[in-house]
Design a protein. Structure first.
Length: 261
Protein backbone atom coordinates (compact mmCIF):
# COMPACT_ATOMS: atom_id res chain seq x y z
CA UNK A 1 0.00 0.00 0.00
CA UNK A 2 1.27 3.45 -0.82
CA UNK A 3 2.22 5.37 2.29
CA UNK A 4 1.06 8.54 0.54
CA UNK A 5 -2.42 7.19 0.08
CA UNK A 6 -2.95 5.97 3.60
CA UNK A 7 -5.34 3.37 4.95
CA UNK A 8 -8.46 2.27 3.06
CA UNK A 9 -11.56 3.26 5.07
CA UNK A 10 -13.96 0.40 5.98
CA UNK A 11 -16.89 2.16 4.30
CA UNK A 12 -14.95 2.94 1.12
CA UNK A 13 -17.77 1.59 -1.07
CA UNK A 14 -20.26 4.34 -0.18
CA UNK A 15 -18.86 7.04 -2.45
CA UNK A 16 -15.96 5.38 -4.29
CA UNK A 17 -17.59 5.20 -7.71
CA UNK A 18 -19.18 7.86 -9.91
CA UNK A 19 -20.66 8.00 -13.40
CA UNK A 20 -17.08 8.09 -14.73
CA UNK A 21 -17.02 4.35 -13.91
CA UNK A 22 -18.56 3.83 -17.35
CA UNK A 23 -15.22 4.90 -18.90
CA UNK A 24 -12.98 2.51 -16.97
CA UNK A 25 -11.29 -0.40 -18.80
CA UNK A 26 -13.34 -3.13 -17.10
CA UNK A 27 -16.43 -1.54 -18.64
CA UNK A 28 -15.06 -1.62 -22.18
CA UNK A 29 -16.94 -4.81 -23.11
CA UNK A 30 -20.11 -4.91 -20.98
CA UNK A 31 -22.04 -6.76 -23.69
CA UNK A 32 -19.48 -9.58 -23.69
CA UNK A 33 -19.80 -9.83 -19.90
CA UNK A 34 -23.57 -10.07 -20.16
CA UNK A 35 -23.54 -12.63 -22.97
CA UNK A 36 -21.31 -14.87 -20.86
CA UNK A 37 -23.66 -14.54 -17.89
CA UNK A 38 -26.67 -15.43 -20.03
CA UNK A 39 -24.88 -18.46 -21.50
CA UNK A 40 -24.18 -19.72 -18.01
CA UNK A 41 -27.61 -18.98 -16.52
CA UNK A 42 -29.90 -19.58 -19.53
CA UNK A 43 -32.77 -17.74 -17.80
CA UNK A 44 -36.24 -18.43 -19.25
CA UNK A 45 -37.96 -15.62 -21.11
CA UNK A 46 -39.63 -13.19 -18.72
CA UNK A 47 -37.43 -14.06 -15.75
CA UNK A 48 -37.16 -11.52 -12.94
CA UNK A 49 -33.55 -10.43 -12.41
CA UNK A 50 -32.00 -8.50 -9.51
CA UNK A 51 -28.76 -6.71 -10.45
CA UNK A 52 -26.85 -6.11 -7.19
CA UNK A 53 -24.29 -3.35 -7.47
CA UNK A 54 -25.75 -2.43 -10.87
CA UNK A 55 -23.34 0.48 -11.34
CA UNK A 56 -24.03 2.45 -14.51
CA UNK A 57 -26.98 0.18 -15.30
CA UNK A 58 -25.74 -1.08 -18.66
CA UNK A 59 -26.42 -4.73 -17.91
CA UNK A 60 -29.79 -3.99 -16.32
CA UNK A 61 -30.90 -1.91 -19.30
CA UNK A 62 -29.79 -4.52 -21.83
CA UNK A 63 -31.60 -7.26 -19.91
CA UNK A 64 -34.79 -5.18 -19.79
CA UNK A 65 -34.54 -4.55 -23.53
CA UNK A 66 -34.43 -8.32 -24.01
CA UNK A 67 -37.72 -8.72 -22.18
CA UNK A 68 -36.60 -9.54 -18.65
CA UNK A 69 -38.01 -7.81 -15.61
CA UNK A 70 -35.06 -6.09 -13.96
CA UNK A 71 -34.43 -4.33 -10.66
CA UNK A 72 -31.04 -2.67 -10.20
CA UNK A 73 -29.69 -1.44 -6.88
CA UNK A 74 -26.52 0.47 -6.08
CA UNK A 75 -25.32 2.42 -3.05
CA UNK A 76 -23.93 5.21 -5.27
CA UNK A 77 -26.52 7.91 -5.87
CA UNK A 78 -24.43 9.26 -8.74
CA UNK A 79 -24.44 5.89 -10.50
CA UNK A 80 -28.19 5.39 -10.06
CA UNK A 81 -28.89 8.89 -11.40
CA UNK A 82 -26.71 8.11 -14.41
CA UNK A 83 -28.41 4.73 -14.96
CA UNK A 84 -31.86 6.34 -14.76
CA UNK A 85 -30.92 8.99 -17.31
CA UNK A 86 -29.54 6.43 -19.77
CA UNK A 87 -32.62 4.20 -19.38
CA UNK A 88 -34.98 7.15 -19.87
CA UNK A 89 -33.12 8.30 -22.98
CA UNK A 90 -33.13 4.77 -24.40
CA UNK A 91 -36.84 4.23 -23.78
CA UNK A 92 -37.70 7.66 -25.16
CA UNK A 93 -35.72 7.06 -28.36
CA UNK A 94 -37.35 3.74 -29.25
CA UNK A 95 -40.70 4.13 -27.52
CA UNK A 96 -40.21 1.15 -25.23
CA UNK A 97 -41.93 0.71 -21.91
CA UNK A 98 -39.28 -1.32 -20.13
CA UNK A 99 -39.81 -3.47 -17.05
CA UNK A 100 -36.85 -1.81 -15.35
CA UNK A 101 -36.50 -0.08 -12.00
CA UNK A 102 -33.50 1.31 -10.14
CA UNK A 103 -33.01 1.94 -6.43
CA UNK A 104 -30.37 4.00 -4.70
CA UNK A 105 -29.76 2.13 -1.48
CA UNK A 106 -27.84 -0.37 0.61
CA UNK A 107 -28.41 -3.97 -0.46
CA UNK A 108 -28.73 -4.94 3.21
CA UNK A 109 -31.93 -2.91 3.39
CA UNK A 110 -33.71 -4.77 0.57
CA UNK A 111 -36.97 -6.36 1.71
CA UNK A 112 -37.72 -8.61 -1.29
CA UNK A 113 -38.74 -12.16 -0.41
CA UNK A 114 -38.68 -14.86 -3.07
CA UNK A 115 -39.31 -12.45 -5.94
CA UNK A 116 -36.41 -13.08 -8.34
CA UNK A 117 -35.32 -15.92 -10.61
CA UNK A 118 -31.76 -14.58 -10.89
CA UNK A 119 -29.47 -12.37 -8.80
CA UNK A 120 -26.53 -11.01 -10.77
CA UNK A 121 -23.27 -9.90 -9.17
CA UNK A 122 -21.02 -8.91 -12.07
CA UNK A 123 -17.62 -7.25 -11.59
CA UNK A 124 -17.69 -7.90 -7.85
CA UNK A 125 -21.35 -6.93 -7.47
CA UNK A 126 -20.64 -5.78 -3.89
CA UNK A 127 -19.60 -9.29 -2.80
CA UNK A 128 -17.15 -8.83 0.08
CA UNK A 129 -17.26 -5.02 -0.03
CA UNK A 130 -18.58 -4.53 3.50
CA UNK A 131 -16.84 -3.83 6.77
CA UNK A 132 -16.33 -7.30 8.25
CA UNK A 133 -17.31 -10.95 7.89
CA UNK A 134 -20.61 -10.52 9.72
CA UNK A 135 -21.70 -7.70 7.42
CA UNK A 136 -20.50 -9.52 4.30
CA UNK A 137 -22.55 -12.56 5.32
CA UNK A 138 -25.61 -10.31 5.17
CA UNK A 139 -25.01 -9.93 1.44
CA UNK A 140 -25.39 -13.70 1.02
CA UNK A 141 -28.48 -13.64 3.24
CA UNK A 142 -29.98 -10.92 1.06
CA UNK A 143 -29.32 -12.89 -2.11
CA UNK A 144 -30.93 -16.02 -0.68
CA UNK A 145 -33.96 -14.11 0.61
CA UNK A 146 -34.54 -12.34 -2.71
CA UNK A 147 -34.43 -15.53 -4.78
CA UNK A 148 -37.35 -17.82 -5.42
CA UNK A 149 -36.79 -21.51 -4.56
CA UNK A 150 -34.71 -22.85 -7.42
CA UNK A 151 -33.53 -19.35 -8.34
CA UNK A 152 -29.84 -18.84 -9.00
CA UNK A 153 -27.11 -16.31 -8.46
CA UNK A 154 -24.01 -15.72 -10.58
CA UNK A 155 -21.01 -13.97 -9.02
CA UNK A 156 -17.99 -12.60 -10.85
CA UNK A 157 -15.44 -12.14 -8.08
CA UNK A 158 -11.65 -11.89 -7.58
CA UNK A 159 -9.83 -15.19 -7.15
CA UNK A 160 -8.26 -15.57 -3.72
CA UNK A 161 -5.56 -17.92 -5.08
CA UNK A 162 -4.37 -15.20 -7.44
CA UNK A 163 -4.34 -12.63 -4.64
CA UNK A 164 -2.30 -14.91 -2.40
CA UNK A 165 0.30 -15.61 -5.08
CA UNK A 166 0.51 -12.40 -7.11
CA UNK A 167 0.07 -9.55 -4.61
CA UNK A 168 1.29 -7.03 -3.61
CA UNK A 169 1.54 -5.50 -7.05
CA UNK A 170 1.48 -2.15 -8.80
CA UNK A 171 -0.07 -2.59 -12.23
CA UNK A 172 -1.97 -0.67 -14.86
CA UNK A 173 -4.65 -1.43 -17.44
CA UNK A 174 -5.22 0.55 -20.62
CA UNK A 175 -8.75 0.79 -22.00
CA UNK A 176 -10.53 2.65 -24.78
CA UNK A 177 -11.30 5.71 -22.70
CA UNK A 178 -9.10 5.49 -19.62
CA UNK A 179 -5.97 4.08 -18.05
CA UNK A 180 -6.39 2.46 -14.66
CA UNK A 181 -3.43 2.48 -12.24
CA UNK A 182 -3.69 -0.14 -9.48
CA UNK A 183 -1.80 -0.48 -6.21
CA UNK A 184 -2.99 -3.68 -4.48
CA UNK A 185 -1.89 -5.79 -1.57
CA UNK A 186 -3.20 -8.92 0.15
CA UNK A 187 -4.02 -8.83 3.85
CA UNK A 188 -3.68 -12.50 4.81
CA UNK A 189 -4.86 -11.84 8.35
CA UNK A 190 -8.37 -10.66 7.46
CA UNK A 191 -8.39 -12.05 3.89
CA UNK A 192 -9.08 -8.73 2.21
CA UNK A 193 -7.46 -7.42 -0.94
CA UNK A 194 -6.94 -3.72 -0.40
CA UNK A 195 -5.47 -0.84 -2.29
CA UNK A 196 -6.04 2.18 -4.46
CA UNK A 197 -7.06 2.77 -8.04
CA UNK A 198 -6.23 5.93 -9.97
CA UNK A 199 -8.26 6.31 -13.18
CA UNK A 200 -6.82 8.59 -15.84
CA UNK A 201 -9.59 9.60 -18.23
CA UNK A 202 -7.90 10.11 -21.59
CA UNK A 203 -10.07 13.08 -22.59
CA UNK A 204 -9.84 14.65 -19.14
CA UNK A 205 -6.59 13.64 -17.38
CA UNK A 206 -6.92 16.50 -14.88
CA UNK A 207 -9.99 14.80 -13.36
CA UNK A 208 -8.07 11.86 -11.93
CA UNK A 209 -8.50 11.06 -8.24
CA UNK A 210 -7.48 8.16 -6.02
CA UNK A 211 -10.25 5.64 -5.37
CA UNK A 212 -9.81 3.25 -2.43
CA UNK A 213 -11.04 -0.33 -2.56
CA UNK A 214 -11.23 -3.14 -0.05
CA UNK A 215 -12.80 -6.53 -0.73
CA UNK A 216 -13.06 -9.75 1.25
CA UNK A 217 -12.08 -12.71 -0.94
CA UNK A 218 -13.37 -16.22 -0.46
CA UNK A 219 -12.03 -19.68 -1.16
CA UNK A 220 -14.34 -22.21 -2.79
CA UNK A 221 -14.63 -23.96 0.57
CA UNK A 222 -15.70 -20.73 2.28
CA UNK A 223 -18.26 -20.04 -0.43
CA UNK A 224 -19.66 -23.55 -0.05
CA UNK A 225 -20.13 -22.99 3.68
CA UNK A 226 -21.64 -19.52 3.23
CA UNK A 227 -24.18 -20.75 0.71
CA UNK A 228 -25.12 -23.71 2.89
CA UNK A 229 -25.63 -21.38 5.85
CA UNK A 230 -28.20 -19.29 3.94
CA UNK A 231 -30.11 -22.19 2.37
CA UNK A 232 -28.33 -22.31 -0.98
CA UNK A 233 -26.20 -24.82 -2.87
CA UNK A 234 -22.96 -24.08 -4.69
CA UNK A 235 -23.48 -25.47 -8.20
CA UNK A 236 -20.28 -24.64 -10.04
CA UNK A 237 -17.11 -22.57 -10.17
CA UNK A 238 -16.30 -21.45 -13.71
CA UNK A 239 -13.51 -19.75 -15.64
CA UNK A 240 -13.90 -16.68 -17.84
CA UNK A 241 -15.08 -18.81 -20.76
CA UNK A 242 -18.02 -20.05 -18.69
CA UNK A 243 -16.68 -23.59 -18.31
CA UNK A 244 -16.61 -25.39 -14.95
CA UNK A 245 -13.03 -25.29 -13.75
CA UNK A 246 -11.14 -25.49 -10.48
CA UNK A 247 -9.52 -22.09 -9.81
CA UNK A 248 -5.79 -21.73 -10.42
CA UNK A 249 -3.27 -19.13 -9.29
CA UNK A 250 -3.19 -17.69 -12.82
CA UNK A 251 -6.87 -16.66 -12.81
CA UNK A 252 -7.46 -13.14 -11.53
CA UNK A 253 -11.19 -13.78 -11.13
CA UNK A 254 -13.70 -16.62 -11.00
CA UNK A 255 -17.40 -17.07 -11.68
CA UNK A 256 -19.54 -18.76 -9.07
CA UNK A 257 -22.99 -20.24 -9.67
CA UNK A 258 -25.31 -21.13 -6.79
CA UNK A 259 -28.96 -22.10 -6.38
CA UNK A 260 -31.49 -21.43 -3.66
CA UNK A 261 -32.77 -24.67 -2.16
Amino acid sequence: MSALMGEVPPDWYVDAYSAATSLLPWNDDPDEDLERALRILEPPSGSRILDLGCGTGHHALELAQRGFGVFGVDISEDLITYADEIAFASADSVGDLLDLEYLHGDLRDLTFAGEFDVVLNLHGGAIGYLEDDAENRRTFETIARCLRPGGRTLMQIPNVLFAESALPAKTWTEGRYAIELLDRYWNAENRYVEGWMVPIILDDPASMREIPFRQRLYSVEELFELFCAVGMSLEAVLDDTGLASAPTEEQSEIFVLARRN
